[in-house]
Design a protein around this ligand. Structure first.
Ligand code: DAH
Length: 363
């Protein structure tokens, strides 16, 4: 558009310059992308003064229309270019602001992620396991939901035996008709095992002597106080071989005690009764607190009971087809919680299951 054209345009369409200037101002002053969009709509939108002006060209005298139309379009293109340019600037500015504001300081210390560790009961089981695996024992397992037959009968504890009443527990099935044929005659049902001793029978059913096994796991009894919980853990050991005597049992337990509690602890053996061992014993360990002199923790006896044990009763061999004339063996059972309590001086069994990390973290 040359100067003559421009002069003419100013004369014919005086409002156009004002439209241009107002639009330009509002575009250049838009402070952010949203404001710019607003300015674009007011300046160039369908209802803007410029659009209305361009629409009204048809009402001008015919000889003016080309020039005025051309001028209007030039102005529209220029304003559009201004909008584009401004948009690029505003976006760049917004980006650099957010980069500055949202900068991450990678040198800040991270969120600590506390690492857990094994529960003291699991640690204790692992320790006991290591000691016996070191003696050549194999680890055996059995079900926690057990048949009456394995929990009692095959352990020389028939349905009428009074020793059953000391093991009151949680029965799962009491009906005879749900029992497998093979055991229906002798036994009443299915229960949560009251000790790990049924694994002895399961192992002997599965293999011939020599047997050197250790079984660790959960057992259940209807007890609940400072020294009993309805669920607790036991370790069971079973050895059957030729020529095994009570001296082997004593030597094994003495070795285990030294390894587990430390070299200076003594053991003593007292006669006891279990239906599935003959003779049966209980084993005590010398009290660490008083060094055997007697204190409150050992009830002034100097000794703390740690396990039941004995020579496997020949009647038990009868249930698994072993010949008691050829082989002999011993078995023992101990409470894992009790071992951990004695080793670490823990006063209340329930601490193991409160799951207070302040307690658990100490071990
Ligand atoms: N099962 C017994 C109980 O829970 C502990 C026990 C005693 C296990 C003597 C044995 C054993 O293997 O020989 O009270």
């Amino acid at each position: 558009m040359d100067d003559a054209d421009l002069q003419m345009l100013k004369q014919r369409a005086p409002g156009l310059a004002a439209i241009y200037h107002t639009g330009r101002e509002s575009i250049l002053h838009a402070a952010d992308v949203a404001a710019l969009e607003q300015a674009r709509v007011t300046t160039l939108g369908r209802k803007s003064a410029l659009t209305e002006f361009l629409r009204s060209i048809s009402t001008l005298p015919a000889e003016d229309r080309p020039l005025v139309g051309k001028g209007g379009n030039i102005i529209r293109k220029e304003l559009e270019a201004l909008v584009d340019e401004r948009e690029v600037r505003l976006k760049a500015a917004a980006l650099s602001t957010s980069l500055a504001e949202e900068r991450i300081d990678v040198t800040l210390p991270g969120q600590p992620f506390p690492a857990g560790h094994e529960h003291l009961i699991s640690q204790t089981m692992r320790e006991v396991e290591d000691i016996f695996v070191g003696l050549g024992y194999r680890i055996a397992e059995g079900p926690e939901v057990e048949l009456d037959y394995y929990n009692f009968t095959a352990l020389n504890t028939p349905p009428t035996h009074p020793a059953r009443s000391a093991h009151d527990t949680f029965w799962v099935v009491e009906q005879r008709e749900t029992m497998p044929e093979a055991v229906v005659d002798a036994d009443r049902g299915v229960l949560l095992r009251t000790h790990t001793s049924p694994v002895q029978v399961r192992v002997m059913e599965q293999q011939e002597p020599p047997v050197y096994v250790l079984c660790l796991g959960k057992v259940y009894r209807r007890d609940s106080d400072a020294t009993h919980t309805p669920m607790f853990h036991q370790v069971e050991g079973l050895v059957v071989d030729e020529g095994i005597t009570l001296a082997d049992l004593k030597g094994t337990v003495a070795h285990f005690t030294r390894e587990f509690f430390g070299g200076d602890r003594e053991i003593r053996v007292r006669p006891h009764f279990f239906p599935f061992t003959e003779p049966s014993i209980e084993v005590d360990v010398s009290c660490e607190l008083c060094g055997g002199k007697g204190c409150r923790s050992c009830k002034h006896s100097g000794w703390l009971e740690i396990m039941g044990a004995g020579m496997v009763d020949p009647n038990v061999y009868g249930f698994v087809g072993y010949d008691p004339e050829k082989v002999s063996g011993f078995a023992f059972g101990m409470g894992v919680e009790r071992m951990a309590m004695l080793k670490h001086g823990i006063p209340d069994l329930r601490l193991f299951y409160d799951n207070d990390v302040r307690f658990l973290r100490q071990f």
